[in-house]
Design a binder for this molecule. Structure first.
Ligand code: DX5
Ligand code: ZN
Length: 218
């Protein structure tokens, strides 16, 4: 299997110092930067828009993994692509035309991801696999950092790993990931791990150790 990618979620960073925080996690061996975009409609919280992605872009050359928790997503795909997203992931539950949304992301020259909420079955992505570069399994209900891991995500990861077969699709898990849960989802077939609170806890002097602990557990 491909080597593990660790994508810290900047939702748990200090928003007053986001540029510095992004540089600090890059220096601490993060592989991607996970950006949680929330609209106060699809999820009950508001966070980051394209202007912040654009402002962060010069701070690192690491890929920006942009997780859109917004509905509708179509009007904003181009703005996030132009702002510097490398991968744009849309929720299967956020619109009636997942296939069209994935085509639109690919047409913008970006990698396309599908996100599945905890109650959404693996089969919801089955007929779109040819348009997908990443599947993101939510192991919490989206909207907030620091929630408890939902164990049924492990079974869903295993099901998706079998469905993916030899396709070049990364399988990511997001929510409640720490060293303990990272081991569970990696054993089930996840190769990409988002972590917010477990990476940022303790402050900048702990980022490298926190990331290393997750990576070695996986
Ligand atoms: C939740 C976000 C996650 C969240 C993860 O809606 O998509 O990326 O920030 O935070 P932790 O790792 O603290 O669960
Ligand atoms: Zn996320």
């Amino acid at each position: 299997m491909a080597s593990i990618v660790i994508a810290p979620s900047i939702l748990s960073a200090d928003f007053a110092r986001l540029g510095e925080e992004v540089r600090a996690i890059a220096d601490a061996s993060a592989n991607w930067i996970h950006v949680d975009v929330m609209d106060g409609h699809f999820v009950p919280n508001l966070t980051i828009g394209p202007a912040v992605v654009r402002a962060l872009r010069p701070h690192t050359s690491l890929p920006f993994d942009v997780h859109l928790m917004i509905a509708p997503y179509d009007p904003y795909l181009a703005a996030f692509a132009e702002a510097g997203a490398d991968l744009i992931a849309i929720h299967a539950e956020a619109g009636p035309h997942l296939h069209r949304g994935l085509q639109a992301i690919r047409a913008l020259g970006k990698r396309a991801g599908v996100v599945l909420n905890p109650a959404t079955p693996a089969s919801s992505v089955q007929y779109a696999l040819d348009l997908v570069d990443l599947i993101l399994v939510m192991s919490v209900n989206p909207g907030f950092g620091g929630q408890a891991f939902i164990p049924s995500a492990v079974e869903k990861v295993a099901e998706l790993r079998a469905m993916i077969g030899q396709r070049p699709i990364r399988l990511e898990v997001d929510g409640g990931i720490n060293a303990e849960t990272a081991a569970l989802v990696a054993a089930a077939g996840a190769d990409t791990l988002v972590a917010g609170s477990a990476v940022f806890q303790g402050g900048p002097n702990h980022y490298a150790g926190n990331i290393a602990a997750i990576r070695s557990a996986a």
